[in-house]
Design a protein around this ligand. Structure first.
Ligand code: PLP
Length: 378
């Protein structure tokens, strides 16, 4: 840091210079995040200084957090679920496993494992590290959903949790949560559903999927307002069916206005809770349905355009995510050529494919332009 500060004008021009280096979302097809809704940005700015880590000082913000949690719970089949607005899918996943880990530790279990599908987000590798817990990876079926036989083989008396993904990061696939829920109930195992990506999409799809608290076996869910919920970053949400699991995470907080905290982090943004509250109130279910409907229309348009060029999706898209295989050209070659044309795309691990997320910033024009460039490239 310099001894003397810079002028306001200098800072503004410095910020503009940095802003120009950030990519606009317009040609980004690799991101689950998007431009926040204008009302979310408005609410975020209004509550910039609010700290939910000391929520007795920010009662209005706390009310908005509670109401956002209630609205999200209702969307996921249980308006009486317990949780909080987290920093995103990673924190929510950590806290779900943290809660059941604490419960089992108190009950005297020493060695523990959890089972996730091979498609699980890398936050579960962080969980293995932070919580020192074995994370077993179940194989996938042909449709890239968790294979139920593989799951059954991996479960043993040290298994404390099974994780099903509702909207996988790489393929946008939904695991057979209903079947997993039945096994979880039968074996008395905690079931966490990672709906960080799918939580704001699946309830609005034409095809109906059972994945939420309406299934008795589902114990907790993570869902991210900062992905398809049109809120600002950082906004995730962790929900538990039973309050007692949330309190497995409680730590006493001397000198603050509250008695305890269940969040992983201390100081946390009231702004993104306000943004989440505002955008969910503003859009309502109908507004969210429209956004998802448009993303799905463009997803179908993209797939049908690709098919006309003889390019097939790895799986028939379930959500607003398309993966395309290029056995002849090679995915890396196609990706590099697209990047030279200004597109930001990504590549899945296995099977290797071009991965395209049709987030709300993607417009019909974008899809048409992309298809033209894809045709050029292949
Ligand atoms: N879970 C799933 C299914 C995801 O797709 C992601 C992110 O893409 C996460 C968890 C992690 O979310 P975050 O990056 O908000 O921590």
């Amino acid at each position: 840091m310099e001894k003397r500060g810079m002028s306001r004008e200098e800072i503004e021009s410095l910020l503009l210079e940095k802003k120009r280096k950030d990519l606009a979302y317009d040609k980004i097809l690799s991101s689950m995040c998007t431009y926040p809704h204008e009302i979310a940005a408005y609410a975020h700015r209004m509550f910039l200084e609010s700290n939910l880590g000391d929520s007795g000082l920010f009662r209005g913000s706390k009310e908005m957090e509670d109401e956002a949690v209630r609205m999200i719970g209702a969307l996921l089949g249980n308006e009486h679920a317990f949780g909080y607005i987290s920093t995103g899918g990673t924190e929510s996943n950590i806290q779900a496993i943290h809660a059941i880990r604490n419960r089992k530790m108190r009950e005297g279990l020493k060695e523990m494992n959890i089972i996730v599908p091979e498609t699980a987000h890398f936050s579960f590798d962080k969980i293995a590290d932070i919580l020192s817990i074995e994370v077993r990876k179940a194989a996938l079926d042909e449709e890239l959903r968790m294979d139920m036989n593989s799951l059954a083989e991996l479960i043993d008396d040290k298994t404390i949790c099974v994780v099903g993904i509702a909207g996988t990061t790489e393929f946008g696939q939904i695991d057979p949560i209903k079947e997993i829920s039945e096994i979880a109930l039968e074996r008395n195992i905690f079931l966490h559903v990672d709906a960080a990506f799918g939580g704001f999409v699946i309830p609005f799809l034409d095809k109906k999927y059972e994945f939420d608290f309406s299934l008795d076996g589902v114990s907790s869910i993570s869902i991210d307002p900062h992905k398809m919920g049109m809120s600002t970053i950082p906004a995730g949400c962790i929900l538990f069916r039973e309050e007692s699991y949330l309190y497995e995470l409680a730590v006493p907080t001397p000198y603050l206005t509250t008695k305890e905290q269940c969040s992983l982090i201390g100081t946390r943004s009231g702004a993104s809770a306000a943004a989440t509250f505002a955008v969910l109130k503003y859009l309502g279910r109908e507004g969210l349905r429209e956004i998802v409907g448009e993303c799905m229309r463009l997803t179908r348009m993209l797939v049908s355009g690709a098919r006309k060029m003889g390019i097939s999706p790895v799986i028939e898209p379930v959500m607003n995510l398309v993966t395309l295989s290029f056995p002849a050209e090679g995915v890396d070659k196609v990706t590099n050529a697209l990047e030279r044309k200004g597109w930001r795309v990504s590549v899945t691990r296995s099977p290797k494919a071009l991965r395209l997320v049709i987030a709300p910033h993607v417009k019909e024009e974008t899809v048409k332009m992309f298809l033209e460039d894809l045709e050029d490239v292949v």
